[in-house]
Design a protein around this ligand. Sequence first.
Ligand code: PEP
Length: 252
Amino acid sequence: MAQASLRPLVAGNWKMNGLKAAAAELEQIVAGAQALAGKADLMICPPATLIASFAAVARGSAVAIGAQDCHAEASGAHTGDLSAEMLADAGASAVIVGHSERRSDHNESDAAVKAKALAARRAGLTAILCIGETHAQRKNNETLAVVARQLAGSLPEGAAGSNIVIAYEPVWAIGTGLTPTPDDVAKVHAFIRQQLRERLGGEGERVRILYGGSVKPENAPQLLKLADVGGALVGGASLKANDFLGIAAVYR
Ligand code: PEP
């Protein structure tokens, strides 16, 4: 089933980019969001240092603020980490978990990602759960098996459309300018939808499935209008308001 009944989400992952002055880009995104007239949800996930100030800028607007990672515990002796409760307290309404850069840079397992998704729910945050295959896995025709394994291991019980978003992000497409063909994206998203139905029953229809990996204003129309593509997780192109809004304009 297509996601026609779900409001799309376009989320920007700023990664380790952005100083206070970048609030000017956010202000432009907040202003541009009005043209969408509620047809899509917009979100910016800045570095944690900017969450509180960005939340203040975006308050009352159509742009939500998210975080990029959280610790599984609510508090404790974990130097340098941030809990989901702290992110919510700072003004975030969502948190990305299991991004491939965290899975590889920090050796995050599916079980660790699942614990973070549960922590997000405990704190009232939506978890944006990232899954996706490497280039080698795609070449070996393992894409669907990898996605199934990651979902089985990292999607928490009781996940629902109100507390989880899936982001399908082929690792080889992130930051490379490469994208799968629209047919390939449609095939993987249909497979993810099927897995969600099997795990969550009817609730599986209410979970948005984003595509992520080198989404730009130029390729957004081909990638984001496909059945079961409920929006985008955008890295590089979310750093510039014009590019981010150009992607979201697909839903106008
Ligand atoms: C990402 O890191 O989540 C991402 C999709 O990056 P990019 O859009 O730059 O490929």
